[in-house]
Design a protein around this ligand. Structure first.
Ligand SMILES: [Zn+2]
Length: 556
């Protein structure tokens, strides 16, 4: 099947596209299932690298996953676009070719296939993440409003109900658009409304409409074992209680060559980084410096701004959000994690980035108006006229307004490709900053009859040190470099040597003056007994920086 990144794929199409793409590029890409979702769908992982230069696990790797949150389908499309960019660019686009020759990409484009399927269904149901009933196992609906496509038109729009005490009124400039009643009240004679998403009111008492969580109340991006807590909304029964997250964490941990992590979400047009739970002043200064460097590059490549979740996007810093994927990647793997929030319709409409208020209080009236006018120009079908509807509990209401899924939450199809494409460059950039093992020197020197000194000079030619982050070094999260000689008897020492960690070009940034040293190199030597003409082999292994095998012939 062909796909031009102009719409969102249902699960069967997504599965076909991924397998077709792998089948068309067998030398670069494989697809495997790393687990099953709650509803039994396979969780797909694409592994992409140039097999002719080594197996996937012999190279440093970058991990991308998407769509842990159901409605954030732009993220899933972006992950597929990166798959496409890598396999079609290999051999013709220089930086793609080099990236696949030297690095591996692991891409899980749909962490939560069930939730995405509910979102894209003909009769959609929007959930935060998993479709598993939680906390009630029987799907109990608490009293109050429950979202549903109540008029059956395939969209979840808004309901408005005339109410003299309502918080909403028609915009004075654009009467179809609903805006908040100002603090001092509406001008005399202005009709006022109460607003809800389309849905039913369970056990309606005729006066109040509570807003309980849906029967499927999980947030799987709070289910990671990173400061996990029950006070965080939707965090689950215990860390990794959800099959999607348990499988994801196992898949990541089984690939110790991963050096970088990026989760794809919507919306906001921002690159978010840890910590979600503490200030930048608590991070190791070198790690913060690198994150800001990467963030600066991310800004240039994607136009998105970079932020600490805690510093810039936490309304109440005494009540933080734990259990998120990027925090887990940093705290438990010791790699730089990012959460990319795709799409910022306000920036498209106004030409300027909204302030952080957007995360706490939503758009201002001026921003809402600008987006409305932008939508009328580009996608008028995404704001519906208000149409009368007889609601089973609330009586006469009107249904209309925003298709939020395709305006506010995601890029509309016509703008999807342009929105996601630049992020392939940021993925390649992150991958290329990883450490990379190379053997730059070998020698065999005769010491006496049948006795040789064998030398191997090993270097990390990447930017980051072999341990990647200071956090990983400090917490000893990464195994040491190992070199092992085979093919001759080693005298006076072991054949297998543990060589610690190597610095990277990053170290030279923090060196004093223009005075480098060689923190990224090590020389290892063995004395061996062997006849002239023997060939010995040395296996150089580092879990993150990769594997290199060299053969050295002794004289002859
Ligand atoms: Zn999200």
């Amino acid at each position: 099947m062909t796909y031009d990144f102009d719409r969102f794929l249902r699960y069967d199409e997504y599965t076909s596209w991924l397998h077709d793409t792998a089948a068309a590029h067998p030398e670069l890409m494989t697809v495997e299932s790393y687990g099953k979702s709650h509803e039994g769908r396979d969780l797909w992982l694409a592994t992409i690298t140039d097999r002719s230069t080594g197996a996937p696990d012999s190279k440093p790797a970058h991990w991308i996953d998407a769509n842990i949150h159901s409605v954030e389908v732009t993220g899933g499309a972006a992950a597929l676009y990166i798959v496409h960019h890598l396999v079609t660019g290999f051999g013709s686009v220089d930086d793609v070719t080099e990236a696949l020759r030297t690095r591996t990409f692991y891409i899980a484009p749909r962490v939560n296939p069930d939730g995405v399927e509910w979102t894209l269904a003909d009769s959609p149901q929007m959930r935060r993440s998993s479709v598993r009933n939680w906390p009630w196992r029987d799907g109990h609906q608490a009293p109050g409003h429950h979202e549903r496509d109540i008029d059956g038109n395939g969209e979840i729009l808004s309901m408005r109900i005339p109410d003299p005490h309502g918080s909403w009124m028609p915009s004075p400039e654009e009467p179809r658009l609903m805006v908040r009643v100002p603090a001092e009240g509406a001008p005399a004679g202005t009709p006022r409304y109460r607003m809800f998403y389309e849905g039913d009111v369970v056990d309606h008492d005729g006066f109040t409409v509570p807003l309980p969580p849906p029967p499927q109340g999980l947030d799987m991006n709070r289910n990671f074992p990173a400061g996990w807590g029950t006070t965080v909304r939707g965090s689950g029964d215990h860390p990794l209680s959800e099959p999607e997250i348990d499988s994801l964490v196992r898949a990541i941990v089984a690939r110790p060559n991963i050096c970088g992590y990026n989760a794809f979400h919507t919306s906001g047009g921002v690159l978010l980084r840890p910590s979600s739970t503490g200030p930048d002043s608590k991070l190791p200064p070198v790690d913060l410096w690198v994150w800001k460097l990467f963030g600066e590059r991310g800004r240039t490549l994607t136009g998105y701004t970079d932020h600490s979740v805690f510093e810039d996007f936490t309304f109440d810093q005494s009540d933080t959000m734990s259990g998120a994927a990027d925090d887990w990647a940093y705290e438990h793997l010791g790699v730089y994690g990012w959460t990319t929030e795709f799409w910022d319709v306000i920036q498209h409409a106004t030409g300027t980035k909204p302030g952080t208020h957007i995360w706490y209080t939503g758009p201002t009236d001026a921003e809402e108006l600008a987006v409305y006018r932008w939508a009328m120009e580009h996608h008028p079908e995404l704001y519906r006229d208000w149409a009368p509807f007889q609601h089973p509990q609330l009586g006469p209401v009107e249904i209309g307004g925003w298709n939020e899924l395709l305006v506010w939450t995601n890029a509309p199809g016509s703008m999807l490709k342009a929105e996601i494409a630049p992020h392939a460059q940021f993925a390649i950039y992150q991958a290329m900053c990883s450490p990379k093992l190379e053997v730059l020197h070998t020698a065999a020197t005769p010491l006496a009859e049948g006795l040789w000194r064998v030398e191997v000079g090993i270097a990390n030619t990447g930017f980051l040190p072999t341990y990647v982050t200071e956090r990983a070094r400090r917490d000893r999260l990464v195994l040491p470099l190992v070199a092992e000689l085979q093919g001759a008897e080693v005298v006076g020492d072991t054949a297998r040597r543990e060589l610690g960690q190597l610095g990277g070009r990053l170290d030279h940034r923090f060196a004093y003056g223009k005075h480098d040293g060689t923190p990224e190199r090590t020389l290892v030597a063995w004395t061996v007994k062997a006849a002239a003409g023997t060939t010995v082999s040395v296996a150089v292994r580092h879990q993150r920086a990769g594997s290199v095998d060299v053969s050295i012939s002794l004289g002859g």
